[in-house]
Design a protein around this ligand. Structure first.
Ligand SMILES: NC(=O)C1=CN([C@@H]2O[C@H](COP(=O)(O)OP(=O)(O)OC[C@H]3O[C@@H](n4cnc5c(N)ncnc54)[C@H](O)[C@@H]3O)[C@@H](O)[C@H]2O)C=CC1
Ligand SMILES: O=C1[C@@H](O)[C@H](O)[C@@H](O)[C@H](O)[C@H]1O
Length: 340
């Protein structure tokens, strides 16, 4: 079977990381084109790999007949136009999270894909591909532990730029736990509450960091998440699922434990590229394999839409300190009975 010819749109931190993995660690795919408004950046990246073209206009890359599939790693505000162009051109798409920045535009993507008549879009919620999360999901789904009652998450970044405002903590960071909780419970989030303690003095002026989110699942489950993006410690993501007859914890980072010079301890990664490197590899490989056989796996456009609807409720919950109900379209009505 011919390799999948992939174009990457947006080659900043994540786009470069994905381009690198496509060239070095993914089988069955050829990176053929990259696009970024920073044309020097795109040209520099293209020059690193033989056979890769830099294309100025991302929409031209998407429409290019020599590109079979597109990995979108541009900022969230650019996703709607680019994913819609992928759907219009019948291109398999892996779109980094969030699918779009608001629920209305995410719903437009879901509807366009449905009108196109076949699923094309995978959303970059890579934690579903992380071996630890996947093992947790398998164990919960096996039913051995009974029903899942509670999920507790911790999500800490070492540092974010001052431009990363309070709402972005919800839309950009907490959105991963939104997806994780929907996936682990196999249920929609019905109500969101976000409470804030006093903020760390390490955060930019006016930024509410850390935040504690509470998700009430439609079927009665409950999830808590601490998101703390200026923790200064390193990158820490942990998750504990509490079921009727046992609980599972992941993310304890129990790699090599070193004892030296009167100290003991292990390594805390700097950021997500380290902690979730394997998850990104498995995510992109699953996308390539599925695209080559004409299928879509992993988080769907519906998952991307639902996460954006929860983020919108989260932003309102953050502003008011009150529980906010998630305003979600009727799934069966939108998908018309199609899987999503
Ligand atoms: N799955 C994950 O764990 C992570 C996902 N992300 C997501 O990846 C995406 C990119 O984030 P980063 O790489 O951190 O951002 P970045 O700012 O490092 O890179 C974004 C790149 O997109 C380019 N760009 C701007 N407008 C564009 C447009 N209209 N079309 C094409 N390219 C455009 C910029 O010039 C820049 O090179 C975002 O959606 C972000 O939420 C980011 C970090 C981790
Ligand atoms: O997606 C990501 C970033 O955009 C976000 O800013 C971080 O908080 C997350 O941990 C990372 O996975």
């Amino acid at each position: 079977m011919a390799p999948l010819r992939v174009g990457v749109v947006g080659v900043g931190m994540m786009g470069t990381d994905h381009a690198d993995r496509l060239v070095h660690r993914i089988s069955g795919a050829d990176l053929v084109a990259v696009s970024d408004p920073d044309t020097d950046l795109a040209a520099e990246l293209a020059a690193r790999f033989p056979g890769v073209r830099a294309v100025e206009d991302p929409i031209a890359l998407i429409a290019d007949e020599h590109v079979d599939a597109v990995l979108i790693a541009s900022p969230g505000f650019a996703h709607e136009e680019q994913v819609l162009a992928c759907v219009e051109n019948g291109k398999y798409t892996l779109c980094e999270k969030p699918l779009t920045m608001d629920a209305a535009s995410a719903l437009r993507v879901v509807e366009a894909e449905r009108k196109g008549g076949r699923p094309l879009v995978q959303v970059g919620f890579m934690r579903r591909f992380d071996p630890e999360y996947a093992a947790m999901k398998r164990l919960l789904d096996s039913g051995e532990l009974g029903r899942t009652l509670l999920v507790h998450n911790i999500h800490r970044n070492k540092v974010v730029p001052d431009s990363f405002r309070s709402e972005m903590i919800v839309q950009d960071s907490l959105v991963h736990e939104v997806d994780v909780c929907r996936w682990l419970f196999d249920d929609e989030i019905d109500m969101v509450t976000i409470l804030v303690p006093r903020s760390t003095s390490e955060a930019a002026d006016g930024v509410r960091d850390p935040q504690v989110a509470i998700f009430q699942m439609a079927g009665g489950g409950l999830a808590t998440t601490e998101v703390f993006v200026n923790s200064r410690i390193g990158y820490e993501v942990r998750c504990e699922a509490v079921a009727e007859r046992g609980n599972i914890t992941i993310g304890l980072g129990q790699g090599p434990h070193l004892r030296r010079d009167n100290h003991y301890g292990g390594h805390i990664p700097d950021d997500f590229r380290d902690r979730f490197g394997r998850a990104y590899d498995l995510e992109v490989q699953a996308w390539v394999d599925a695209s080559r056989r004409g299928a879509v796996v992993g988080p769907t456009s519906w998952d991307g839409y639902a996460a954006t609807a929860v983020s919108a409720a989260g932003v309102a919950a953050l502003a008011t300190g009150r529980p906010i109900r998630v305003n979600l379209a009727d799934r069966a009505e939108v998908l018309g009975g199609a899987a999503g």
